[in-house]
Structure formats: structure tokens, C-alpha cells
Ligand binder design. Sequence first.
Ligand SMILES: [Zn+2]
Length: 347
Amino acid sequence: MKKQRLISIILCVVLAIVFTGCGKEIATNNKAKTIADASSKAGKSIDYMALVNKTHALPDDWEENLETTHFTNSVGDDVEVEKKAYDAYLKLKADLEKEKIYVDLDSACRSVEDQERIMESFTKDFGADYAKKTVAKPGYSEHHTGLALDLYLIVDGKDIVENDEMIKYTDIWEKIHSKLADYGFILRYLDGKEHITGYGYEPWHIRYIDDTKVAKLINDKGLTFEGYLKTAIDKPVKIDLGKSEQLTKEDLNDSVVQIKCQFAAWDGFELKSITYAGDEASNDEAQANKLNPDGKYTQIALFKMNFRTSKNVDGTGLEANKDYKDYEWWLGKTIKDGWGVITPSLK
Ligand SMILES: [Zn+2]
């Protein structure tokens, strides 16, 4: 994993300059000035949904508010992780061990200094051009946040740390990925989404977002973090939720997020509006019998949306490049998973 590891480290560089706190050297040389110390003084919480990628820099006050936990991994490297992310990671790890899957952390939080060092070493070994291309700009690495974790595998007692080697264990990764959302993690760099995330597939790079519900949604719909944030939060969609006696505000908002995320999973669809069809329409007995014959859903609700499809409508049952108006979707709520779209099916 050395080469990619270096690259990631580089990304992290930005943070470290002033306070440090994440890096190995920092931890060793300057224990009195760790990020954790600074953060407990500041007492402000970090934004677990913060987006840091090649175009979004680490927020300015991040380091002073970041609290980290330090530990030594199985190969003897010092690793620094954001506190809550570390606790969640330990739970994930324990859960995996029940299935005889063993993981450890290669790296998590990386300081600016580390990143600068990597840049220097790459420049020296491979030239400035290559270094610039391969090494992330300080401040623009998710590893600066302390919320991005690189796992490695321990198979038959052997540490598997090289990327080329690790990537071969597809079955193991599949099992690991299926459990991430339960502990508030998402897989960050999905296969085939490099044009969105800026990175190729990295089964080992996971990100803590401190929200199991959203993590599950992102995971189930195969969304990128960028896609989720853009669609579920930023995208201007006209929303009319009207009034409801039977659905709480939270029910309605959750439903809207579900609908938006369903659209986010469809490349190029343009969602224009979402309207709650009302309590009366949602109480349609014939529909309830059809959609919910065994009472799996504790509630169902009808929404209508206006949208335009793209040229890729595979598996949606819709026509390409067409405007749809008042298109009806039923959503259902289950005790375990909350709200989800019942119709249409995604695949
Ligand atoms: Zn990583």
C-alpha cells in the first residue's frame, strides 16, 4: 500500500501546518500540542458531513476542533483517528471478527507535514511533474479530517497492506462493505465513479459520517458522498409537503430525502418538484392492500413529482428524455429501516 498511502498522506498535508496533531511525527515530537488538546479547549464540534475532496478544502477551523485518538496498529505504525470515528471503527472491527474477518487501520488522519514530506519524497524520486500529478494538494485530502480510514486486511495471520494485493480479496471486502452503514461509515471511492469522486476504486478507504440512517441510504442506493450531498441537500427542488395529520415533519422530510436519493442514483435525471399527495390520497385502501398485503409497512404515503428523464432509463420503466408530471410514487415506512420508496423499483 506504500505508494497510494503516500499519495493519501500528501492530501492530508494542509491541516498539519499550524497545529499538526494527526501525524506520526507530530504525535511523537510535540505531544503537548495535539489537535485533541486544542479541540477540547475549543469545545466546538466538527461537521461530520463535511465534504473534503479535490475541489473542496478542509474547513479553516477544523484542526482546532478535532479530537483524535491515537493507537499503534499491528505492523507497529502510529495511527491517529477522530475520536467518534475510532469508537465506531472498533465496533465495526468487533462485528467483523465474529465472521472471522480481521482488519486493522493503515492510516487515518494525516497531517500537512506528512503530506509535504510525501510531496518532497515524490519530487525527489520521480520528478516534480509526477509528484504534482500523483500527490494531492495539501488541504484537499479527506484524510485531513481524521474521519477517513484506510483499512488493511489480516488474512491467515498475515498483514495484507499492499493495495495490489488487498484488492484481490473481493469476497472479504464485500462483507466489510455490507456492515459499514451499521456503524456510520460509507465506502468513499466507488468503482466506476472516478468522474465524481476524483479517485479510482479504493475498497479500503472508508469515511465516518456519524449517521447510520444516511450511511445506509448512501450504501443501499450506491451513491457517492458527493452525489448524496448535492442531491439530498444542495439541489434546488421545489418541495410542497402541505399539511398532514398522520405524518410528522420528520416523516415527510425523510421521505423527501429518499426520493431525492433515488433520483441521484439515476444518471442525468432532472428532478423538479416533490409534492405530498395528502393524507386522503395516502389512505387509499385498495392501494394499501396491493402495496402492503402483509403489513410490512407501518405507514404508506403517496408523493407526486415532476421530473425529466435522461437518455439512460435502463430498468426504470420510463421513457428516455421525457418530461413527467405528477408522477406518483408510494413510499413505505418499516420499523427497521424507516422510509423507503416502494415504487418504482430501481433495477
Ligand atoms: Zn485513504
